[in-house]
Design a protein around this ligand. Structure first.
Ligand code: BGC
Length: 786
């Protein structure tokens, strides 16, 4: 009897499953235009609950009964679409139902799927598509699924004429879709649909938005003896007030901050007036081509965008009403916006909205040196601008890719700054999905046909990022999720050989990228291979895997070979005296104890001989300050931090930076823009901003202990220095906020105060002494010698 009942139940379940419509990916019958998909359902019975699931191949917005459902932006976000596509899920409030109808409308644009950014990785001429299913529970207890299928309609003659990550957006407010066609199923090869994870992309909190700081109205240019002359200024205002922009004139808005997002504006003008916004990070300085200016002095400089058009066009509906708009299918990296119009138009309001992954910003730092504070702010703005669905290298030019090297270099800093754990967990999923058969991680994740696979210090991100997340949060999950993939990467490294050399590590694509003094790339791959084998030994041990012995032995073998190859008479010998060679060897433990003092001395000497300037690129700079501190060279770290000459962090501040630049000398007041054959010159690139990790760990003295991760045990070791007279700040841990501050006293000592979360233990480490802090008291004050 029991079995009969069970069988009947099963039959009912199957019956119900069959009555559910299987959702289909739907596309427009032709590829031209940005498709709008629509369906109106008649709802026969009162609704108890309705759950909608939506996704697109491309970027989409959608509405229900005319009400926009877009509190999160640039959906579905970027993943490796060959493997996985996120869908968004939300409850439809019953108030959204209009009587007995439910109309769903979605606008899809090229996005990361069909735009230039994918570089054809998902196929040539792939089509945009939409998918949706709604699970309804009626008040009478019955359920139904409504889903995209051949009964849906689409139109490609709506107001959105173009939406593209690189190129921008074209919107014609006069247009309403007229020609509704039947959809076709989308058969492009693609990944499976999975629920989204990680922080959503949002228009960030209004307190981050930027108002215009300088508004310049100009018309044409006049000669000044330089290549392009200078703009003819009609009016210049240090704040925004409604302004009439006439045909032939240009309105240039300086938001005072290099940022990522878009402008939101209100305008009033004649129907058919077309507005064109262009965006840039810099202005032409004096119109001299020799400085790589590309237009008259004072006008917008867009040369570093390369092929990205980054343009917003809006055609007015007119009719005497004010029109409000902001893009929804692209984002811009900009400090300046330039606006022109085909007829006179009143620009009534404009604000720069910040768009990015909505991550809780939980760190702060402040000190007595205003330039360092500016640097810290610049680092923050570069993090904000480059955390948009994935960690990007830069947000403006025709890249905006998840470059793996940049990601690992900045990850600890980001975790001090913010609650980035889920963001990195999601990105590691992209890493796994983009991993090649032979275990090589792609140099960008998600993979995008931009570069290859396997570069050392770049691919190694697959191990370093999860490790950093673990150390900073104490959460092993990211290690568990990635362990098999990490092993495959290690095997890929193990498979690389050179004549006579067994343990060379990954490919030598990038070396110490953009260094002032380059280091042999092979040296970098050895160093990283040694480092990751050590991390793998730790991780295997933590997860109770039998591989611990293998990785421990591998680590010893790599170091042995490194020593044979690069150590002569106890000294590092690469043929060139580079800072990064010492830093890697010291930080990654590649030297025998007795070899360290010589290397430390040589590093000191190198920095001194170099006029207390660094000469490191991405790889060296990422570990520079921590290594100096580990080696007892914190005095040098402060000298580098406070250095104003090129190359240094403050050099860019002196040239007017409001974000971190790709190069130490991306722009110099004296000679203009950096000249590089690939025109690779971003003004919003966070890698060198990794220095902020040291602000927390060394200036404030808040360090995690990898053996008791996630700040379960906090190592407090502040090292005041330079001309700083005070510093204060905090980060947040799984246990709560940790704050620290110090102030120099008149007798040369300093007063250090910390607030620690309950349930943590801490040890103060100072001048070789360790003091375990009494449990119970959570606020501690010390008077310390320098
Ligand atoms: C990116 C970098 C990246 C590099 C690798 C560049 O084009 O902008 O930040 O790491 O390529 O070579």
């Amino acid at each position: 009897m029991k079995y009969v009942k069970l069988g009947f139940l099963l039959f009912l379940l199957i019956l119900q499953a069959c009555s559910l419509n299987a959702q289909e990916w739907i596309s427009a019958p032709d590829c031209d235009g940005m498709p709008i998909f629509r369906h109106t359902y008649r709802i026969a019975k009162p609704i108890q609950k309705a759950q909608i699931h939506t996704s697109a191949l491309g970027v989409y917005t959608f509405s229900l009964n005319g009400k926009e459902m877009d509190d999160d932006q640039l959906k579905p976000g970027w993943t490796d679409y060959r493997k996985e596509i996120f869908y968004q899920e939300r409850e439809i409030p019953t108030s959204s139902f209009r009587g007995d109808t439910l109309c769903i409308e979605a606008q899809v644009s090229r996005g990361w799927w069909a735009g230039g950014i994918s570089r054809g990785i998902y196929g040539r001429d792939v089509k945009n598509a939409f998918i949706c299913w709604i699970d309804l529970t009626y008040k009478d207890g019955t359920t139904e699924r409504l889903a995209t299928d051949s009964t849906w309609q689409c139109a490609t003659d709506g107001p959105l004429l173009m939406g593209d990550i690189y190129d921008g957006e074209t919107y014609d407010a006069r247009r309403r879709p007229q020609r509704w066609l039947n959809v076709v199923p989308n058969t492009d090869p693609k990944g499976r649909l999975v629920p989204e994870m990680g922080p959503k992309v949002k228009i960030r909190n209004a307190n981050l938005w930027r108002k215009p700081q300088l508004v310049t109205l100009y018309e044409g240019s006049r000669p000044t003896g330089t290549t392009y002359g200078q703009i003819n200024v009609i009016r210049s205002l240090s704040h925004f007030a409604p302004i009439l922009l006439k045909k032939g004139q240009t309105l240039l808005i300086d938001f005072g901050q290099n940022m990522v997002g878009w402008p939101k504006f209100n305008v009033q003008g004649e129907k058919d007036t077309e507005l064109t916004f262009r965006f840039g990070e810099m202005l032409n300085y004096n119109g001299d081509e020799g400085r790589l200016d590309k237009g008259p002095a004072g006008s917008l400089w867009t040369y570093n965008l390369r092929t990205a058009k980054a343009t917003l066009r809006y055609t007015l509906r007119g009719g005497g009403k004010s029109e409000t708009y902001h893009p929804r299918h692209t984002f811009f990296g900009f400090r300046y916006a330039e606006l022109t119009a085909t007829s006179d138009v009143w620009v009534q309001r404009i604000v720069g909205q910040v768009v990015g992954s909505d991550i809780h910003e939980w760190g702060d730092f402040n000190c007595s040196n205003a330039d360092i504070n500016q640097l810290y702010s610049n680092i923050w703005w570069s993090q904000r601008g480059n955390f948009l669905s994935i960690p990007t290298d830069c947000p403006q030019r025709d890249e905006r890719l998840g470059w793996t090297g940049d990601t690992q270099i900045f990850s600890t800093t980001a975790l001090y700054n913010s609650n980035a754990k889920e963001f990195y967990r999601k990105w590691m999923r992209d890493m796994r999905n983009s991993q090649r058969e032979d275990g090589a991680y792609c140099c960008t994740a998600p993979a995008a046909n931009m570069w290859g696979y396997g570069g050392s210090a770049w691919g190694d991100a697959g191990i370093i990022v999860p490790w950093n997340v673990y150390v900073m949060t104490g959460d092993r999950q990211i290690l568990v999720e990635n362990y098999e993939s990490m092993k495959r990467w290690m095997q890929h490294c193990a498979d690389q050989k050179e004549l006579g050399w067994e343990h060379i590590g990954a490919e030598t694509d990038f070396g110490d990228w953009l260094a002032y003094k380059e280091l042999e790339k092979r040296y970098v791959s050895y160093a990283y291979y040694a480092h990751t084998s050590q991390l793998m030994a730790n991780i295997a041990h933590l997860l109770g895997k039998a591989d611990t012995t293998y990785y421990t032995q591998l680590h010893a073998d790599i170091i042995h070979e490194f020593q044979q190859r690069y150590i002569t008479d106890g000294k590092i010998n690469t043929g060139r005296d580079t800072q990064t060679a010492y830093l890697l060897a010291l930080h990654f433990g590649l030297l025998a104890d007795e070899q360290r003092p010589t290397a430390i001395q040589a590093l000191r000497q190198n920095i001194e001989n170099n006029g207390y300037r660094l000469s490191t690129g991405f790889v060296g700079t990422g570990i520079l300050m921590e290594t100096l501190t580990e080696c007892g060279l914190t005095d040098l770290a402060y000298r580098l931090l406070l250095q104003r000459e090129n190359p240094s962090w403050l050099y860019s501040i002196d040239q007017g930076a409001t974000t971190v630049w790709e190069r130490w000398d991306s722009y110099t007041l004296s000679s203009g823009f950096h000249k590089h054959e690939w025109n690779m010159n971003s003004f919003n690139h966070y890698s060198y901003g990794a220095v902020a990790g040291w602000f927390y760990s060394t200036i404030l003295g808040i360090r995690p202990n990898p053996s008791l991760p996630g700040f379960a045990h906090i190592i407090l070791s502040p090292q005041p220095g330079g001309d700083l007279t005070w510093a204060k700040g905090h980060t947040t841990t799984p246990y709560g906020k940790v704050s620290a501050q110090w102030k120099r006293l008149s007798d040369g000592r300093y007063k250090y105060t910390v607030n620690l979360p309950a349930q943590t233990t801490a040890t103060l480490v100072h001048n070789g002494d360790s003091i375990a802090l009494p449990q119970g008291t959570r606020r501690h004050t010390f008077i310390l010698d320098l």
